[in-house]
Design a protein around this ligand. Structure first.
Ligand SMILES: C=C(O[C@H]1C=CC=C(C(=O)O)[C@@H]1O)C(=O)O
Length: 373
């Protein structure tokens, strides 16, 4: 029986929320960025936070000092009066699925094929072991996307994923990600290694055969092992004890199935969420291996501004422990326009067309949900 996870998959407590784009902290700070765009790092300290964990609930109230007690209490009570009824709101009536216009892919397939072949040559020359190439697809709706409905659709379609919705002015970044960077609870850490993908089949027998195929596919197992090794090496730098990797097992989503290992360890004292993010992000599930060579390769070769795609977002508790998720299966949304992102890991044995098809399956996660938004 697999060990019980520290937290169920999902944000289980909430205090400060943070996020960063990928690669983090390389394109200047927050200064000069309008409130309608997503800067490279965001950190929110909510005035009201409702937490529930292990059967206990708490309300955390925060204010900037100096503050007057006489005005603070009525303000918090008014905010609670406004928020609490929203928690019990009935589900929205479903909309009919909308047709979405498919726009350009950046890169298109011809350029993608060249990129994959360049990556394969660099891998053959031992400049890289693995690199994850990303693409962006624009979809346009006939109505303005409703983000509440979108989150509801994503939660329904992807119950094992973490739905993240970062709103800033007219621009939003939404993800239903299957990949947790880590969960830290006191001195324990759990991190996901998620890499190696096959699609799903409608027919149950065929679907089961595909699962077996993935579990025994040499190329996918190698692609996965690169991530397990890199996460293990990162955790060794901050753990006094590491369990043997738990996996690979299969994580099944309705549009794809992945090889998934969980890495667990006991942390050295005083390791906080920021140190863990620095050590673990980005893993070779989104960047490549060796880390710096892959990052340089992507900066020089990938014709794409990734923005928040492959960045990370999550929560930081008052004791500076927390949980971060990798921003995958995501879209940047502005009114009726959504830019969807997906990528695929390239290792020896990868083929441009199958990797492209894999990104199509990954993009389908968000495009399906957007039809109902
Ligand atoms: C980079 C993505 O997925 C990662 C996570 C799971 C499987 C992956 C793969 O098989 O390539 C990727 O490493 C993405 O969804 O854009």
């Amino acid at each position: 029986m697999p060990p019980t996870p520290l937290f169920q998959r999902g944000l289980s407590s909430s205090f400060a929320k943070g996020g960063l784009e990928s690669p983090p902290l390389e394109k200047g700070g927050l200064g000069g960025i309008s409130s309608d765009t997503l800067p490279n790092t965001l950190f929110w300290l909510p005035e009201l936070a409702l937490c529930s964990q292990a059967g206990q609930a708490a309300l955390i109230l925060t204010t900037a000092l100096p503050a007057k007690r006489e005005t603070l209490l009525p303000r918090w009570l008014a905010q609670l009066d406004a928020i609490v009824p929203l928690l019990a709101q009935p589900a929205l009536d479903p909309l009919t699925p909308a047709h979405l216009e498919r726009g350009a892919s950046e890169p298109d397939f011809a350029v993608w094929r060249e990129l994959v072949n360049t990556a394969l040559s660099d891998i053959a020359l031992a400049r890289l072991e693995k690199v994850v190439i990303g693409r962006r697809l624009r979809l346009e709706g006939h109505r303005r996307f409703d983000l509440t409905r979108l989150s509801a659709a994503l939660r329904y379609l992807f119950p094992s994923c973490q739905v993240i919705n970062i709103r800033r002015g007219v621009s939003s970044f939404v993800a239903a990600t299957p990949e947790r960077l880590f969960t830290q609870c006191r001195d324990r850490i759990e991190a996901d290694a998620l890499a190696g993908t096959i699609s799903r089949a409608e027919d149950a027998e065929r679907d089961a055969a595909m699962t077996l195929e993935l579990l025994h596919c040499e190329k996918n197992l190698r692609e996965h092992q690169v991530v397990v090794d890199a996460v293990t090496a990162a955790l060794r730098q901050c753990c006094r004890h590491l369990d043997a990797p738990d996996g690979p097992r299969i994580l099944q989503l309705n549009n794809a199935q992945h090889l998934w290992s969980i890495l667990r360890g006991q942390l050295e004292p005083d390791v906080d969420v920021f140190r863990l993010a620095e050590l673990l992000h980005p893993t070779p599930a989104t960047n490549g291996q060796p880390r710096q060579a892959a990052r340089t390769w992507l900066q020089q070769t990938e014709p794409l501004e990734r923005g928040w795609y492959t960045g990370a977002a999550g929560i930081v508790a008052p004791d500076l422990t927390g949980e971060l998720w990798v921003l995958l299966r995501c879209a940047q949304i502005n009114d009726r326009v959504a830019d969807l992102y997906a990528g695929a890991g390239i290792v020896t044995g990868s083929d441009a067309l199958s990797e492209w098809q894999e990104t199509e399956h990954k993009l389908a996660a968000m495009s399906t949900a957007l039809q109902f938004a």
